[in-house]
Design a binder for this molecule. Sequence first.
Ligand code: HEM
Length: 396
Amino acid sequence: MATEPIKLNRAFYQDPHGVYAALRAEGPVRTAMLYRGLQVWLVSRYAEAKALLADPRLSKDGARALELFPEGTAGALASSLSAHMLTSDPPDHTRLRTLVNKAFTARTVARLRPRIEQITDALLDDMADAGSVDLMESYAFPLPIAVICELLGVPGSDRDKFRAWSSPFVAAASEAEMRVAHEELTAYLTALVDRKRTAPGDDLLSELVQVSDEGDRLSQDEVVSMAFLLLVAGHETTVNLISNGVLALLDDPGQMAALRADPSLLPNAVEEFLRFDGPINIATVRFTTEPVLVGDVEIPADQFVMISLLSANRDADRFPAPDRLDITRPGGGHLAFGHGIHYCLGAPLARLEAEIALGRLLDRFPALELGAERAGLEWRISTLIRGLHTLPVRVR
Ligand code: HEM
């Protein structure tokens, strides 16, 4: 294994797939230096990625992780907003996840279909009027945020604020930006939770508040953290499934034509978009609680491990011709939603939103085309999110 940590720089984020192919050829894991100067172990091959995502020797305990962060690299992560399931191990994880799990079954989510279709159609109407739009701004962003806000019971008038607050948590932002966003969001969510306590609505947040009041199983901090997790996880990701999917189709007119010719391929196509260029680059951070052998490399205890879902999903040992988009590829097996106990809670909702969003977009605009130079599209600099800054399109 190369001894120098690879630097994940701006060029990497513009084209991670080339870098990952080289890493996979070299071995399953190697050290990497993140932009904040944090050294981690980066896992790139499918088999090892899948095994490590479900390995109980890797912990996601947020409090302990903070102690391991070198001075100056964690900053605003030291927050009350991190008392949630994605930064906890069993038994806390099991308790937190069970409470909210019932809201995210495929059946409950399917009931949201008419409302999602309505929101989608309203956005498409506005796009049709405009003619040329940024698909991120006009479509991919507003849809998931509207859905998750409705589900949680966040007033529509507050939606725009969330984009500004959540973005520093997933993209490279300064400590100061993160701190401001964190303080404002905590204050907002705390007040919202208090309102749900006195005036409950027919929404998920009111349900969670009730659960916490009935048997002290969920503290106030935990409700606020859970709301934060659902809001951020529920929209920063689905946005990029929609836009990365549209870009993949615009890049491959044959696949675009095949999907237009047979819309019943849509669910399978969504699985292929998740595999081909999923919205999450690298899964959220984990650390070793004891030495862990990966291939012939021993990762010592107390080391951060980052698992690249983007890379695992392009591993030729698992997916034949991995760099080719193929919407008829037998679906399943990709790691875009993670694996193991932290497997994405919102996967059924994300799939439904993407199917509706992509299906109706293609239906509505038979002549959809890229509205900018392909080479000029810029990707966000984020270890977590694989997504564009803007995606200009012409719809007529
Ligand atoms: C966890 C991906 C949409 C809620 C995760 C994880 C991944 C993921 C990879 C595991 C992270 C890890 O193990 O480090 C995605 C993708 C989405 C998406 C690709 C969209 C295409 C959503 C939505 C929601 C959601 C819409 C909620 C409404 C969550 C929650 C967790 C999670 C609560 C934590 C689960 C746990 O710790 O047990 N997601 N997600 N996600 N996701 Fe998603």
